[in-house]
Design a protein around this ligand. Structure first.
Ligand SMILES: Cc1ncc(COP(=O)(O)O)c(C=O)c1O
Length: 436
């Protein structure tokens, strides 16, 4: 069906597309992916440092993932939520085994926004009567009507009236401290301020606080380690459940199965997704067994039991273990960070380098002293990277739009990593010399 496609048919499709996805359409027609490399229809390969919205931890079409899917496809593609299948039960067992702390209850859905809404529903089920949720400045938890309010403030967003009550508090974004202090002499004053805002500014004691352990879409914001203990304590003191949205940070991206492991802080509810099913849609919640779970009908969707993705997830877990990908994520992440730090001493454009393992963001600035965001340069970075065969990520629509993201599949090898850094340096040089 897809051999010898006519260019005029592709063009007609382009004209017909109604939008609704994120970002300007890239004029990049994909032929296939292999490992960390994406090929266009002309046969040119690009090392993909976006992992397709950070979702391909084990790379494109990993053979073991494909084999697991092929084993399931002839038996069934869709099974309603009420039924059991071996992929569903075996994956629930594996997820409970991998879960940090005591988060031994599992539920599944198909998108991240739905999974975050599930976490909020669980929090509301476990709260006497509060409907309020606390979230962090620059957080991102999805674009459904329910989640849009919890995320990045979206100035003048047309849809926020349909969301529930949310109180946003400043986060530990230390490079651009929202309360203009310096870490560590601030002694995490943002957490104290959050406490004040919640206790004195919320209309009711909130049911939960939702946060990404490393903020992805809002600007690759990595928090100081002690922030996690302080936020856990804040939640315990104020009777709020702590929800970690680990949709980006989970499944090896930060060098551990979950950021909760890395930062040694267990939330009450964890939201997972993106990389879990090796390129198939699968998200969900892990939560404490002593919490009230979902009531029948609380959170059920037509395709929520997607056994094909569940089989893919079982294979993905196996691949992460067999190929030692948590260690590779830490090793290549270290190499990237050290190389970028060395580049920072030569190029004014690099303001800050952030993120554990392969969850890396580089904040570009016009001037190190003023820290003025270099947005145009970040846009250009993507174009120049593409010319040289590397797809870098950016944060165009959230945060300040001046972050270049380096988040390839965890399967990236040393020579590909070397190539990525050579291209990064070359692009820095090109942009820096054209500004002088
Ligand atoms: C941290 C985080 N939460 C939630 C979402 C929303 O997921 P989805 O787009 O599948 O609804 C995303 C997607 O980028 C995300 O990065």
């Amino acid at each position: 069906m897809f051999e010898n496609v006519r260019p005029e048919d592709l063009e007609a499709g382009r004209r017909a597309l109604g939008g609704g996805g994120v970002g300007a359409p890239l004029k990049f027609t994909v032929d296939r992916g292999e490992g960390c490399v994406l090929y266009d229809t002309s046969g040119r390969g690009f090392i993909d440092c976006t992992s397709q919205a950070w979702s391909l931890a084990v790379g494109y079409s990993h053979p073991k993932v494909i084999a697991a899917v092929q084993e399931i496809l002839p038996r069934y593609t869709h099974i309603r939520t009420s039924f059991e299948t071996p992929p569903k039960l075996l994956l629930a067992k594996r997820m409970a085994e991998l879960a940090p702390g005591n988060l031994k209850k599992v539920s599944f859905v198909i998108t991240g926004s739905e999974a975050n809404e599930g976490a909020i529903k669980l929090a509301l089920r476990n709260s006497e009567k509060s409907s309020t949720v606390v979230s962090l400045f620059d957080g991102y938890h999805g674009r459904t009507l329910g989640m849009i309010n919890t995320g990045y403030p979206h100035p003048n967003n047309r849809f926020t009236a349909w969301g529930g009550p949310v109180v946003r508090v400043p986060q530990a974004y230390c490079y651009r401290c929202p309360i203009r202090l310096e870490y560590p002499s601030c002694k995490l004053a943002c957490v104290d301020l959050a406490r004040e805002i919640i206790t004195r500014g919320a209309a009711e004691p909130p049911a939960a606080l939702i946060m990404e352990p490393v903020q992805g879409n809002g600007g690759m914001v990595e928090f100081p380690r002690e922030y996690f203990g302080a936020m856990r304590k804040l939640c315990d003191d104020l009777g709020m459940l702590l929800i970690f949205d680990e949709i980006q940070t989970g499944f090896g991206r930060v060098g551990e199965w979950f950021a909760a492991d890395l930062y040694q802080t267990t939330p009450d509810i964890l939201v997972f997704g993106k990389s879990v099913a090796g390129g198939f849609p699968l998200f969900g919640n892990l939560y404490r067994p002593d919490l009230k779970g979902f009531e029948p009908g609380d959170h059920s969707f037509t395709f929520a039991h997607f056994p094909v993705a569940m089989a893919a997830a079982l294979a993905t877990i196996q691949v992460i273990e067999d190929e030692n990908l948590l260690e590779n994520s830490r090793k290549i992440g270290r190499f990237f960070t050290e190389t970028l730090q060395e580049m920072q001493s030569h190029y004014e454009l690099i303001g800050d380098i952030r993120g554990p393992a392969l969850m890396l963001g580089v904040e570009l600035v016009k001037n190190r002293k003023t820290r003025e965001p270099a947005r145009h340069e970040a846009d250009r970075f993507i174009t120049e990277g593409l010319k040289r065969g590397v797809i870098f990520g950016e944060s165009k629509y959230l945060g300040m739009g001046n972050i270049v993201k380096v988040k390839p599949p965890l399967t990236i090898n040393e020579s590909q990593a070397q190539q990525v850094m050579e291209v990064f340096r070359d692009v820095l040089e090109t942009i820096s010399s054209s500004r002088e």
